[in-house]
Design a protein around this ligand. Structure first.
Ligand SMILES: [Zn+2]
Length: 307
């Protein structure tokens, strides 16, 4: 069973299209409709009603735990609002992200630096604080209860963000990876790096992907977007692409950020064409990518390595 926006991946495990930025296949949330319900990812506040409509259709009246893989606004922006809607839910987040959910002002102002206030306000929307006493602080080795002795295992996977965590469900074999592997849209099946400042660290991203593979997940639950069942192949491709992008950004070190971003985009387009992608898929990936941010993140990491 499912709704228009939910697909049942395994018994009681749903992928929900959250219709972020009012479009399909931009953000996937995952619901464990288990004795203790757990929701993975929230999405921004502006489009939260799409998620809650889907949850209503699934008959979800209460959630035990809402977890976010990291606090970036496209994953956690609506956490305060969703906490209000499900007053019994705990909000799980890595320990170094917790204070930003409780007091989101700094998160908002740093996002403004990257996206600009106008874009943020109209696409993602405002942040409300999560009451501190409802925050469930998570770290490597912790477990999130699903009920009847079943748990989600938490792995701390810094690299995309220092406070990034992923969740492994031993029963379905799913690994819910947030942005720690990159993004991978189902129609294109092409994994693309996501490398934002200030935390992006190529070495750490790759190290964490190796750790994830050791657990032999049966699928990767991407936030952007959906489940991917070619786990080993996808992780290997993700690793290769990260080093490709680092090389391109190194080569364009003499250019200003905007021009370097254009170069990365051009390189990527050639690479997509060589990989046999359709023009439509390429344009879709390009439109969903904030190129100057990617370059800024890689440049920052290269600079910290040199110093
Ligand atoms: Zn994201």
């Amino acid at each position: 069973m499912g709704t228009s926006r939910a697909i049942e991946l395994a018994d009681g495990l749903f992928a929900i299209d959250a219709w972020m930025e009012e479009g399909p296949e931009r953000l996937a949330c995952y619901l464990f409709d288990t004795p203790e319900r757990v929701l993975v990812e929230v999405g921004p506040s502006n489009t939260l009603h799409h998620l809650t409509d889907a949850l209503d259709e699934l008959g979800v009246d209460e959630v035990a735990t809402i977890v976010v893989t990291h606090i970036h606004i496209d994953h956690a922006g609506g956490a305060g609002q969703l906490a209000r809607r499900y007053p019994k839910a705990s909000i799980g987040v890595h320990k170094s992200g917790a204070r930003h959910l409780a007091a989101p002002d700094r998160l908002w102002s740093s996002a403004i630096q990257v996206f600009g206030e106008e874009w943020l306000t109209s696409n993602w929307g405002p942040l409300e604080p999560v009451p501190e006493e409802r925050i469930l602080v998570l770290d490597e080795g912790d477990r999130v209860a699903l009920g009847r002795g079943r748990f989600l295992d938490v792995m701390h996977t810094p690299g995309h963000a220092r406070h990034h965590i992923v969740f492994h469900d031993g029963e379905s074999g799913g690994m819910f990876v947030g942005d720690s592997v990159g993004l991978c849209y189902p129609h294109g099946h092409f994994v693309q790096p996501v490398t934002p400042p200030p935390d992006f660290d190529a070495g750490l991203v790759v190290e964490q992907m190796h750790r994830m593979l050791e657990r032999q997940p049966t699928f990767l639950g991407f936030a952007h977007f959906g489940p991917d069942y070619r786990v080993a192949e996808t992780l290997a491709k993700a690793e290769e692409r990260i080093w490709d992008w680092v090389r391109v950004v190194e080569k364009t070190a003499h250019l200003d950020g905007q021009t370097a971003a254009e170069e990365l985009k051009r390189w990527n387009r050639r690479n997509y064409l060589d990989s046999g992608f359709s023009q439509d898929d390429i344009l879709e990936y390009e439109a969903k990518t904030f190129w100057p941010m990617q370059v800024a993140g890689i440049r920052r990491w290269l600079a910290t390595r040199k110093s």
